[in-house]
Design a protein around this ligand. Structure first.
Ligand code: AKG
Ligand code: FE2
Length: 444
């Protein structure tokens, strides 16, 4: 398994190009989205990865340094397209590559390079240690590649901290304050002002109502684990465009996108906006009575899509299990929170559990429903907060991932964003910036 995970995330751009050529869903991307240039995977590039998942406790582990390694493809490709049907599954990625006739040089050393030692943290009950590491609460530096994230010196962080202290000492009534941008304008997920077209998101809701109860299940969908379902290509092009436009519209308002972080100054490698209820890595869902910071409502059409996705997942679970037990395996959920993340090409999110919702919600296994739009992501998941043991799956634009029931507390994270993998037609029509938009719906 570790080997397969390792292999699944060692794909060079050449692999990705070939995978796309042979994968039906990827062909769509291939035809619309040019791949800029061929790159080779180097172990130097894993430094970033190490930064993302530093040990929670103790000193830093000495990393073995090995020379850059390339992955060669055989000159002929024996893969049949059917072999690529499952290419999104981490486990199958290894056999996929084997089928490709890939030759891995330097295999032994690569394994050790990817090696991380996070086992000692696997059993911790909370991972918000000090400034937090390796989770949604990761310690991360400012994302210098983010156009709306100006680099701040540690001096300015100190300044901020001092200001807060002065404020406290001045006798003002202090309230729990999330370390939000106050001075920065909201991040714009689109590259220029866009016009909303006539097909409003409310039309999807109407379309859904006319669909009745019949749910046709696509053969591309997968039950990854009991309670964890991947719906491939679930969001149509038009719906994706409208989601981008809606998120953009909400996101440029004062309660819109910002780079979340901690009071001490460290930030997550993404831009975030909350709908329904505010969450941030420092204060979680703690009530904020400040009227200005009220999260916008979740658009009704978003909620309709979530419920529709869960119905489709149920149909798939029933079909695969030959029972009618789906609602027990994956409970129904009607969302009252949506966390919208935007990852630039360098964006990522460490392995974490979504554990800040109510005990009741978590106890019932009410699922997290996640929409992916734009560039694809290498998504990791597993029972432990251990990158080596995690499985991987590629989430492409239009995919919906659902995890609830016994998978509700699964560790998960985004290892990387695959550059230039978004459908060109989506970018043209929505003006979405380079990167990935992700919406995770939850019930508090
Ligand atoms: O971007 C993703 O796919 C995952 C996001 C996530 O896990 C979260 O927002 O809690
Ligand atoms: Fe999460």
């Amino acid at each position: 398994m570790m080997k397969s995970l390792y292999h699944s995330f060692s794909l060079t751009s050449r692999h990705q190009i070939l995978l796309r050529m042979y994968s039906p869903s990827a062909r769509k991307i291939m035809s619309s989205s040019p791949i800029r240039k061929t790159q080779t995977t180097s172990f130097e590039s894993l430094n970033d990865y190490d930064e993302q998942f530093p040990p929670l406790t103790g000193g830093s582990k000495k990393k073995k340094v090995s020379p850059t390694s390339e992955v060669d493809l055989g000159s002929t490709n024996p893969c049949k397209s059917s072999q690529f049907q499952n290419w999104t599954r981490g486990k199958e990625a290894l056999s996929l590559q084997t089928n490709f006739g890939c030759k891995h040089r330097d295999q032994g050393t690569r394994r050790s390079r990817a090696s991380r030692s996070l086992d000692e943290e696997a059993n911790v009950t909370t991972f918000e240690v000090a400034a937090g590491t390796g989770s949604r609460t990761s310690v991360v530096e400012l994302d210098s590649t983010n156009p709306s994230s100006p680099s701040k010196s540690s001096q300015s962080h100190n300044l901020k901290i001092r200001k807060v202290r002065n404020h406290r000492n001045s006798g003002f009534k202090s309230r729990v304050q999330s370390p939000k941008r106050k001075e920065d304008p909201p991040f714009d997920i689109c590259s220029s002002v866009i016009e909303r077209n006539d097909t409003s998101i409310n039309d999807w809701a109407l379309a859904d109502e006319t669909n009745g109860e019949t749910v046709e299940v696509s053969n591309k969908h997968r039950v990854l684990r009991p309670g964890m379902v991947l719906l491939k290509d679930f969001l149509t092009h038009d719906i994706q465009v409208d989601i981008v436009k809606t998120c953009r519209e909400l996101g440029v308002k004062p309660a819109g996108f910002y780079q979340p972080g901690y009071r001490v100054g460290s930030k997550l490698h993404l831009q975030m906006m909350c709908l329904g209820r505010n969450w941030d890595p420092q204060t979680k869902y703690s009530k904020n009575t400040d009227i200005d910071s009220k999260a916008p409502d979740i658009p009704v059409a978003f909620s309709v899509l979530v419920e529709e996705a869960i119905r489709e997942a149920h149909a798939l679970i029933d079909r695969e299990s030959g029972t009618e037990d789906a609602e027990r395996i994956l409970p129904v959920m009607s969302p009252d929170i949506c966390i919208v993340n935007f990852y630039s090409e360098s964006g990522r999110l460490g392995l974490h559990q979504d554990r800040d919702e109510s005990q009741e919600s978590i106890g019932k296994g009410l699922p997290i429903v996640s929409f992916s739009i734009g560039d694809s992501a290498e998504f990791l998941y597993g029972e432990k907060r251990d990158v080596e043991e995690a499985e991987g799956v590629i989430l492409e634009s239009g995919d919906v991932l659902i995890f609830g029931g016994e998978c509700r507390m699964m560790f998960h994270g985004v290892k990387s964003i695959i550059p230039n993998s978004a459908p060109m037609s989506l970018l043209n029509e929505s003006k979405l910036r380079t990167g990935r938009l992700n919406l995770t719906f939850r019930h508090f």
